[in-house]
Design a binder for this molecule. Sequence first.
Ligand code: LMR
Length: 334
Amino acid sequence: MKLTSLLFSMLAATVVSGVAFAQAPIVIKFSHVVSVDTPKGKAAERFKELAEKATKGRVKVELYPNSTLYKDKEELEALQLGAVQMLAPSLAKFGPLGVKEFEVFDLPFIFPDKDVLYRVTEGQIGKDLMKKLEPKGIVGLGFWDNGFKVMSANKSIHLPGDLKGQKLRIQSSKVLDAQMRALGANPQVLAFSEVYQALQTGVVDGTENPPSNLYTQKMHEVQKHVTLTNHGYLGYAVIVNKKFWDGLPADIRGELDTAMKSATKYANAIAQQENDKALEAIKKSGKSTVYLPSVAERNEWRKALLPVQKTMEDRIGKELIANVNKEAAALGYK
Ligand code: LMR
């Protein structure tokens, strides 16, 4: 090769690699523990679609659903270390991170309906909670809804006393621990990915979750009875590694913020219908009975579980609990 053509091809190679380098997409690894076919799974897919489109391929979102990359506890560590950039853990999983206030969402019967919940997540309380994540190297981008939880076990559950002595799987929340103890049950913290097998092998007797999680993990196939107690709430905070987020070009961060706002609206719009569909599918499967407590029975559940709001005051903060209750009062609940 002549010197001029050698120089030319070296120059061309430099230009090409320079272009390739300039165009290498920013990768967001988004790990989560539930099935794709859930409110969170679907909203994560919607975020990917919107984010990649709005940034014209400058951002690539890689989704890792169903604990394929990390389990519950590991994923929060991975986020802080920067091994993944985005997660949407349930609000019951922030205690071990040292942000105990998030467990306010776990308090039994704290949200009389979803309107009260949205006043909390979309108002000042939600903003203040997200701010508490920043010293941990985390930025909160939005709250995604799932739904109210049902109880399941291999014995029929009508009244709170029916769960006495049962080993029940919970998430890593001290409020959920107190809740199960208030029923006389033995709570056991397990990663979400381990629940099906633990139920199948009898390591635990029962559990709680919204129907969408129960159904998509096939827990209803290894539980004889499901009771629609709707005693507590399950939702998520979508979070990013702060160093990663702050280091993004401002225009990209803006586009991602907009994509997240749309994905959040979508998540909150589909949550109820996804859970309704899952509940119908559980009923249709014939694998578990589905029991709706009477008004009198529901009052018994409230009576058994409401004291947890008081006993958890020291952990969560009296003022925070009172502020959430004020949002309920603003909508006419007392
Ligand atoms: C659980 O661990 O039970 C759920 O929080 C899983 C999830 O993310 O919905």
